[in-house]
Ligand binder design. Structure first.
Ligand code: NAD
Length: 332
C-alpha cells in the first residue's frame, strides 16, 4: 500500500517538475494552470497524509524555477516567496480561522485585498532614490538580473520622488501585459508570420527575459507594486496598505483595485465583486490576494517553507468550471 503511494508521490513530483521547467524556464506551459494546481493539490494532500514521504526538494516546498544562466544572477537579501492557495470559500474561511488561532485573538482581522495579477514577480532596488537593480524571483533565493529590461517599462520610475525616501528600498511587484497590448502584439506577430504568445503571462515573461532590452522596450509591459523587501534607512508605515500608499507617494504605481477590509466576510465580498468584474478589467487576473494588514501580526504569523502564513491567493475557478457552474444554474 505505502509502496503504491510512494510511487504515486514520485510520479506527481516528476510530472510537476517537468511542468515547472516548461512554465518557468521555457515560458511555454504544456498544461492549463488548473490542471497544474490539481496535481499540486494531490501531491500536498498525499504528503500531509504521509509525513514520512515529505522532502525538502519536493515541488510542493519550492518556489518558482531556476534563474536562467544567460543572465547574471542576483541573490535576494530577503527571499521572494510564493503564496499558498485557497480554491473555495471553505479554504479561505479555514485560513482566517488559522490566523486567529495563531494570533490568539477572537477579534476580526483587517485584510488588504489585491487583484492577483497574472504576470511575473520582480524586485526593483532603489538606492538613494535611483533605480540600481531589478531581478526576477527565480527560485526565490536567486533570480536573474534584468535591470536594463525593467528600466524600459513605462510606469516604473527611474528615480523616486517625494519625501522620506529610504536610503535603500527594494520594491516588489508584478510585471504584466494588459489585454489590449497583448492582443496588439499578437496581431502584429501574426501579420509578420511570427510565433504568437499563448497568453499575456507568457508574453510578459518572454518580453522581460530578452537579452536585448531594445526588444523589451517595444513590448507593452506594465508594473504594479505590491510589497517591499529589504528597506534600510527610512521610517516605514506599520501597516501593509499604508506602505503601499508610501510607495505610491514615491511614484510607484499600485493597482487601483487594492482595498482595505475590516473582516473575512468583507474579503469574501471583495473576491465575489472582482470575480464578477474580472472580464471587464484591462488585464488578466487569476484570483485575488488577501493579506493581513498589520505588520506586527504578519511578523507574529511568520512563514512556512515557501509562503507567508499571513497571505493567501484566493484563486478563481478555472474557466471550464465556471462554464459548468453557469450550466448548472441555467438548468435550475
Ligand atoms: P502563484 O502565482 O500562485 O502566487 C505567487 C505569485 O503571485 C507571486 O510570486 C507574485 O508574482 C504573484 N502576485 C500577483 N499579484 C500579487 C499580489 N497582489 N501580491 C502578492 N503576489 C502577487 O505562485 P507561483 O509560485 O508564482 O506559481 C504557481 C502557479 O503558477 C500555479 O498555481 C499555477 O497556477 C501556475 N503554474 C502553472 C504551470 C503550468 O504548467 N501550467 C506550471 C507552474 C506553475
Amino acid at each position: 500500500m505505502l509502496k503504491n503511494i510512494e510511487s504515486q508521490v514520485a510520479e506527481l513530483r516528476a510530472q510537476l517538475e517537468d511542468y515547472n521547467y516548461q512554465y518557468y524556464v521555457l515560458d511555454n506551459p504544456s498544461v492549463p494552470d488548473a490542471e497544474y494546481d490539481r496535481l499540486m493539490r494531490q501531491l500536498i494532500d498525499l504528503e500531509q497524509q504521509h509525513p514520512e514521504l515529505q522532502s525538502p526538494d519536493s515541488p510542493s516546498q519550492k518556489v518558482g524555477g531556476e534563474a536562467l544562466s544567460k543572465f547574471e544572477q542576483v541573490t535576494h537579501k530577503v527571499p521572494m516567496l510564493s503564496l499558498d492557495n485557497a480554491f473555495d470559500e471553505s479554504e479561505f474561511t479555514a485560513f482566517n480561522r488559522r490566523i486567529k488561532e495563531r494570533l490568539l485573538t477572537t477579534q476580526d482581522i483587517t485584510f488588504c485585498c489585491e487583484p492577483k495579477l497574472d504576470g511575473l514577480a520582480v524586485s526593483i532596488l532603489y538606492r538613494d532614490g535611483v533605480l540600481v537593480q531589478a531581478a526576477t524571483r527565480g527560485d526565490g533565493q536567486v533570480g536573474e538580473n534584468i535591470t536594463e529590461n525593467v528600466k524600459t517599462i513605462r510606469n516604473v520610475p527611474l528615480k523616486l520622488r517625494g519625501e522620506n525616501i529610504p536610503r535603500e528600498v527594494e520594491v516588489r511587484g508584478e510585471v504584466f501585459m494588459d489585454t489590449a497590448g497583448f492582443n496588439k502584439l499578437n496581431e502584429t506577430a501574426q501579420a509578420k508570420g511570427e510565433k504568437t504568445f499563448a497568453n499575456p503571462r507568457n508574453a510578459a515573461a518572454g518580453s522581460l527575459r530578452q537579452l536585448d532590452s531594445k526588444i523589451t522596450a517595444k513590448r507593452p509591459l506594465m508594473f504594479y507594486a505590491y510589497s517591499m523587501g529589504l528597506v534600510e534607512g527610512g521610517t516605514l508605515a506599520t501597516e501593509h496598505y499604508a506602505q503601499l500608499q508610501q510607495l505610491q507617494s514615491w511614484g510607484l504605481p499600485m493597482s487601483p483595485e487594492t482595498k482595505l477590509v475590516d473582516n473575512a466576510q468583507q474579503a469574501l465580498d471583495y473576491y465575489q465583486d472582482i470575480m464578477v468584474r474580472r472580464a471587464a478589467l484591462p488585464y488578466e487576473i487569476d484570483g485575488v490576494v488577501i493579506k493581513v494588514n498589520d505588520k506586527t501580526q504578519q511578523e507574529q504569523l511568520g512563514f512556512v517553507a515557501r509562503a507567508p502564513r499571513w497571505a493567501i491567493a484566493f484563486k478563481f475557478p478555472a474557466q471550464e468550471e465556471i462554464t459548468q457552474l453557469l450550466d448548472v444554474e441555467f438548468q435550475v
